[in-house]
Design a protein around this ligand. Structure first.
Ligand code: FCB
Length: 479
């Protein structure tokens, strides 16, 4: 009898341990890329110029090594190798982005580039033939240059252009694509209207970035409503947006530092998440107050941050089916004025440390998102570790072990509804201003070989086991 009890107890402990090491059975694992970073073929088969093409061609000094994405990883021709790598990874899902100017070279419906539509059809079909679901980002920072000539995102007319582009995507791909992201990391790309070197490199800090923010939020909401009204009944997919943040942790336990951390979270993520995902809608109160007060102190007749009408607030609120979240690191914050005046940085009034790799930051951030914006499933659409190359990437295995462990704690212990995860990145990509000097890939790309051969790294072998078993092997559970 006694023996039996002990044996049962051991079993119970073992299965409890397994439970914390195991991801939900229907959890979606995969990897991510973005068009500019992998496709190349920048002007092939009718593709139009994007703001990335324009900036890196005209200002090559903005990319280390004066490189650019003209060829990148040549995924336009080598996409079947990418699919092959995803199979090696046992991926359930592939997050990639569509280059707007590949399907609409002028950004408008005046010319639909069939070759571009064909390319994405081929990619989507190859994924599905291999049991991999596409998760498609509509906008990963590559606005058609033609739309930048009319002002880019600060011009609210872009809402209409974006909605029409999105409709074309739903019409052409929505029968097979069930997971959509409107925008990737608006906090990052709206900086293109605040500083040089981020496309389209228009330095109007604290003004241009806020105008762009306003347009992007409206464009997102319009696309979600359009899907809801015109496509959901027949296509039955989900539409979200990806918002990024490095977790801001207060430097000390003082009230001032706690408030600084809250401000940082609201200016980086809340600015976009609050209008869409919070119960009240609109910009976070602290963002509104800070920018309004600073604008008044600067003697301006209006706030640098535009306002939504009550009708818009209600239209935008709830315009998502899931929450896409990117996270890489943690920072430590304290109050303080930094950055030029005016600027988003100065409005935030926070001094931020260099980023640090601390997996509990991911767990805290997931809990924060779940509590601020309850009721939305979360997909981690990016998480990963850079290094300087090589297939023997034990540092990356360590990173994923710790961060996947933190995600597991958030899911199994804290009850955060994370339903999927795509690692950044599938292959070594062009890393924007850093060019090819750093790598995030699970797979290496041999840029000297004619077909840019992809080879899985050691991290890919590790991830393929996690993806297959939906379990973090306990010997790896360092967290
Ligand atoms: C994110 C971007 C992605 C990649 C990673 C490292 O900010 O969305 O394209 O560059 O960082």
């Amino acid at each position: 009898m006694r023996l039996l009890i002990t044996f049962t107890a051991v079993l119970a402990v073992a299965s409890a341990q397994n439970a914390t090491n195991r991801f939900p059975a229907d959890f979606m694992f995969g990897a991510a890329t973005a068009a500019y970073q992998v496709e190349g073929a920048w002007n092939e088969d009718g593709k139009g110029e994007s703001i990335q093409d324009y900036m890196f061609h005209n200002y090559p000094e903005y990319m280390i090594g004066e490189d650019n994405g003209d060829v990148a990883c040549d995924s336009y021709h080598q996409y079947l190798q990418d699919v092959e790598m995803l199979k090696t990874l046992n991926a359930d899902i592939y997050r990639f982005s569509i280059a707007w100017s590949r399907v609409l070279p002028n950004g408008d419906l005046d010319f639909i580039n069939q070759a571009g539509i064909d390319y994405y059809n081929n990619l989507i079909d190859a994924l599905l033939a291999n049991g991999i679901q596409p998760l498609v980002t509509m906008y990963h920072w590559d606005l058609p240059q033609a739309l930048q000539y009319i002002g880019g995102w600060p011009n609210e007319l872009l809402v209409d252009y974006f909605v029409e582009y999105a409709r074309l995507l739903f019409q052409n791909f929505g029968d097979r694509v069930k997971w959509w992201l409107t925008f990737n990391e608006p906090h990052q790309f709206t900086m293109g209207y605040a500083m040089l070197g981020v496309a389209p490199s228009q330095p109007a800090p604290g003004i241009g970035d806020y105008l762009a923010t306003h347009t992007v939020i409206k464009a997102h909401a319009r696309v979600w409503h359009m899907y809801d009204e015109e496509f959901r009944a027949t296509q039955n997919g989900s539409v979200g947006i990806t918002l990024n943040m490095d977790w801001p942790e207060p430097e000390t336990n003082s009230t001032e530092d706690a408030e600084a951390a809250d401000r940082a979270r609201q200016f980086v993520m809340g600015m976009f998440a609050h209008p869409i995902y919070s119960q009240d809608g609109d910009y976070p109160a602290v963002v509104r107050q800070q920018v309004d007060a600073n604008s008044a102190a600067e003697g301006r007749p209006r706030s640098r941050l535009p306002t939504f009408t009550q009708e818009e607030i209600e239209y935008i609120r709830g315009s998502a089916d899931f929450f896409g979240m990117n996270h890489y690191n943690t920072t430590f914050v304290t109050p303080g004025l930094t950055g030029e005046s005016p600027s988003k940085t100065r409005d935030t009034a926070v001094i931020t440390s260099d980023p640090v790799r601390l997996p509990w930051g991911l767990r805290k951030q997931l809990n924060w998102v779940a509590s601020q914006y309850p009721g939305y499933p979360i997909i981690i659409t990016e998480n990963g570790r850079l290094n300087f190359g090589g297939r023997n990437d034990t540092d990356r295995i360590e990173y994923y072990t710790e961060y996947l462990g933190a995600m597991l704690e958030a899911i199994n212990t804290d009850g955060v509804p994370v339903i999927g995860y795509t690692a950044w990145s599938l292959i070594d990509t062009i890393e924007w201003n850093l060019g090819f000097t750093v790598t995030y890939g699970l797979c290496e790309v041999d840029k000297t070989s004619p077909n840019m051969t992809r080879t899985p790294k050691e991290s890919a072998a590790f991830m393929s086991e996690v993806f297959r078993t939906k379990e973090l092997p306990s010997q790896y559970n360092l967290y």
